[in-house]
Design a protein around this ligand. Structure first.
Ligand SMILES: Cc1cc2nc3c(=O)[nH]c(=O)nc-3n(C[C@H](O)[C@H](O)[C@H](O)COP(=O)(O)OP(=O)(O)OC[C@H]3O[C@@H](n4cnc5c(N)ncnc54)[C@H](O)[C@@H]3O)c2cc1C
Length: 233
């Protein structure tokens, strides 16, 4: 498990396959298989990636448990193809499983940037962020966010104490963008590399970049050759 931001993490729950998976998926065309990864196999992996023969990489899968602020989950959820939450009858997995505040009353956690973590607006672009603002604005921002959260939490607790259903009481949950949610993400290696290429990029929001780095660290241990090849194209 790799800790991310103030409370989040990425945990590799399960893995299907290894670097041999795309090799043997490709070699099935010739009714051949490898038992141990050779230099020739590594070259084949690079060839497959470079020439967009991507289907062999879809037999390798990872299952991750992620605990991240809702704003990160919203961005992650957009990775539809090759992920297990795509909708429609053609997807046998259909499985984005997320903790629900309709039922769960476990402690509520928020993403609260430290005083020295607030970033400025970008100078030449509508999205993304610029350099760290520093004090006194950063100090004031953390203070105001904490006040907002405390105010909302008091109302939430009042609602629960007064028997309002948690599925409605959560409307009082303040700062929903920063509310931590937990989910399972099952995805093919091709889908993971697509996610990583976009979300490790400097254009992605810094918070999702932090989660993408953790995903990369966990997945490259399992598929070092394949992930490198997919990320190189
Ligand atoms: C920096 C950044 C800013 C973003 N800003 C916004 C934003 O402001 N608003 C917003 O809504 N989204 C935004 N997104 C999300 C973006 O539009 C994508 O939804 C997201 O990055 C997932 O990528 P994808 O669609 O390629 O993934 P997937 O849906 O997993 O698709 C993977 C690939 O499959 C192929 N594919 C998928 N669907 C089709 C299809 N119907 N026909 C043919 N080929 C298909 C494409 O090659 C696609 O790249 C942003 C993404 C980034 C990285």
């Amino acid at each position: 498990m790799i800790n991310v931001l103030n409370k989040g993490y990425v945990h590799l729950v399960d893995v299907m396959g290894s670097d041999l998976t795309p090799v043997n998926a490709a070699r099935v065309s010739y009714n051949k298989a490898s038992n141990a990864l050779t230099e020739k196999d590594e070259k084949l992996i690079q060839f497959l990636a470079t020439h967009d023969h991507t289907s062999p990489f879809r037999h390798a899968m990872v299952q991750l448990e992620v605990y991240a602020p809702l704003m990160v989950a919203r961005q992650w959820w957009k990775y539809i193809v090759g992920s297990s939450h795509q909708e429609g009858a053609q997807d046998p997995f259909t499985a984005w499983n997320e903790s629900s505040r309709r039922y769960v009353t476990e402690s509520i956690e928020f993403y609260i940037p430290e005083e020295d973590e607030w970033r400025s607006s970008p100078e030449n672009s509508k999205q993304g962020s610029g350099p760290i603002l520093g004090t006194p604005i950063g100090k004031e921002a953390t203070k105001r966010l904490l006040e907002q959260i405390e105010y909302g939490m008091r109302n939430y607790e009042w609602a629960v104490e007064n028997n309002i259903a948690t599925e409605m009481a959560r409307l009082f949950n303040p700062s929903a963008y920063g509310l931590y949610v937990r989910w399972y993400w099952t995805a093919s290696l091709q889908s993971v590399s697509h996610f990583l290429k976009q979300r490790l990029d400097a254009h992605a929001q810094v918070e999702i970049q932090a989660f993408a780095k953790a995903v990369k660290t966990l997945v490259e241990k399992e598929f070092p050759v394949s992930l490198k090849a997919l990320m190189s194209i």
